[in-house]
Design a protein around this ligand. Structure first.
Ligand SMILES: [Zn+2]
Length: 476
């Protein structure tokens, strides 16, 4: 990186926050200018995000009230005030919080076409009956594609740059292919946790070997492979044999017993992901800690759908920093703000209630910064990608969100982690980069034909509910 003064003739300043209302004849000109800015940004090898509020979340680097961030070939090269660099496209980030993209460690992507179809349901019997069985069975590959694309694009739109797809719709290899194709198209960073399907043509888990060869042979890409399943010894053995992380759900009373059996068989590995963990004793939590397990809590879903008390405190008490996840869009928003606020408010409620009951020596109340770490650093570790993402550290991939603080729902900015966790919402997600590629710019997704995607989603939804014989109720 050169430290020469910027050559003004080669410098292009793009105003990220050019959100002023433009009326009449000016609108066309402004749009054309916006297109030109975007084109420059898309073809740039080096991008300088200038003058933002840099929330690096890297304790060694610290945060900056005002700093610049240099991206080169998709990688973060420097974060500090007053970077001087040649041949950059400059993005003006004044009054933007520049931070790592959010990481959602568990979502069933294929359900993007079924959003909000189960607004008041419980895990059992409603979700198992209506979603896992009735509505998932008639999925065709095109429906997996539409649902996965809807979810992946929706995530980028709300500031999530990396996620785990705990798919559960691999009825045939073509179903898996369709989901993976949608993720590739969307440009989101995803751990594809290849999971079961229904019917006689499911090749779970053996098709994992083919998927690896066809789609996951490179380390230098946005998609990585894991095995999704239950706490089942054969599945863990299979994951071990193929050298992938295991991603498993555990919400039942027998979770505890099976975990210890798996440990006895030496089938647990550091980096394996455990979702929900609502029924574990102290011994089981110690086991997860000792075996290097990662924990994913879907706090709002767990509260609303009867999974049990989200074990935020149990995880913390046993030295495990949990990651956060949105789980299913059939019932709840997938946006990270909803998930973070759910976690922040519930942990504090639980501790404050214990205090009210006269308990002493209570654990500390969670802070907004800690919750932000759950949604970034701890998520990156859960994905097995801590070296690549999760903080704005030079050398890491440029997975970055720019959050507009100079909006009427946020301004003035008095505390940065607090603004992100407790004040903002997806409408403040202005620009998003994944591996340095601009995916959302000035409030709009880049390179997405929204009309086409909306049509696809609706057609797939109509087909699935018709074949399932499912009745929706728009106002029920
Ligand atoms: Zn799940």
């Amino acid at each position: 990186m050169g430290e020469q003064p910027i050559n003004s003739t080669r410098r292009a300043v793009l105003v990220a926050g050019a959100g002023l209302a433009v009326a009449g004849a000016f609108a066309g000109r402004a749009a054309a200018q916006g297109d030109a800015d975007l084109a420059r940004l898309q073809s740039a090898r080096r991008i300088l995000i200038k003058g933002g509020v840099a929330l690096t979340l890297d304790r060694a680097i610290g945060d900056f009230a005002k700093a610049d961030l240099l991206i080169e070939d998709g990688t973060i090269r420097a974060v500090r005030p007053d970077i001087v660099a040649d041949d950059t496209v400059v993005v003006d980030a004044a009054n933007r919080i520049v931070m790592p993209g959010f990481i959602d460690t568990h979502h069933h992507f294929y359900q993007g076409i079924l959003r909000n179809i189960l607004p008041n349901g419980l895990l059992n019997p409603d979700y198992s009956r209506d979603i896992s069985n009735t509505l998932t069975a008639p999925y065709q590959p095109a429906d997996v594609y539409a649902g996965t694309l809807a979810t992946a694009l929706g995530m980028i739109d709300i500031g999530t740059t990396a996620a785990v797809d705990t798919s559960q719709v691999s009825h045939t290899p073509e179903h898996s292919d369709a989901g993976i194709r949608a993720m590739q198209e969307a440009g989101l960073r995803v751990v594809y946790a290849y999971s079961r399907g229904a019917g006689p043509n499911s090749q779970y888990p053996h098709d994992l070997a083919r998927l690896r060869k066809v789609y996951f042979s490179s380390e230098d890409q946005l998609l990585t492979l894991a095995l999704g399943g239950g706490l089942v010894p054969e599945q863990f053995e299979f994951a071990r044999k193929h050298g992938v992380h295991m991603v498993s759900h555990g919400v039942r009373d027998n979770t505890e017993k099976v975990l210890f059996e798996l440990a006895k068989a030496k089938l647990l590995r550091p980096g394996d992901e455990y979702i929900h963990c609502t029924h574990l004793s102290g011994d089981a939590w110690r086991l997860l800690k000792d075996t290097g397990g990662e924990v994913s809590l879907a706090v709002p879903i767990e509260m609303a759908m009867g999974h049990g008390m989200p074990p935020i405190q149990e995880a913390l008490d046993h030295g495990i920093r949990p990651s956060l996840s949105s789980d299913v869009g059939v019932t709840m928003a997938q946006d990270p703000f909803t998930v973070m606020r759910g976690c922040f408010t519930l942990q504090r409620l639980n501790v404050l209630q214990r205090e009210r009951r006269g308990e002493k020596n209570l654990p500390p109340l969670l802070t907004t910064r800690e919750v932000l770490e759950f949604a970034t650093i701890d998520g990156a570790r859960c994905l097995g990608l801590a070296r690549k993402i999760g903080t704005l550290t030079p050398g890491k991939q440029a997975d970055i969100v720019m959050l507009a603080a100079d909006r009427l729902n946020v301004w003035p900015l008095n505390n940065v982690p607090g603004a992100v966790v407790n004040i903002m919402n997806p409408m403040n997600v202005e620009s998003v980069f994944v591996a340095g590629k601009v995916r959302k710019w000035r409030g709009g997704l880049v390179g997405v034909d929204a009309a086409r995607v909306l049509r696809l989603i609706e057609a797939a939804r109509d087909g699935v509910i018709r074949r399932a014989g499912f009745k929706t109720n728009l106002f029920g």
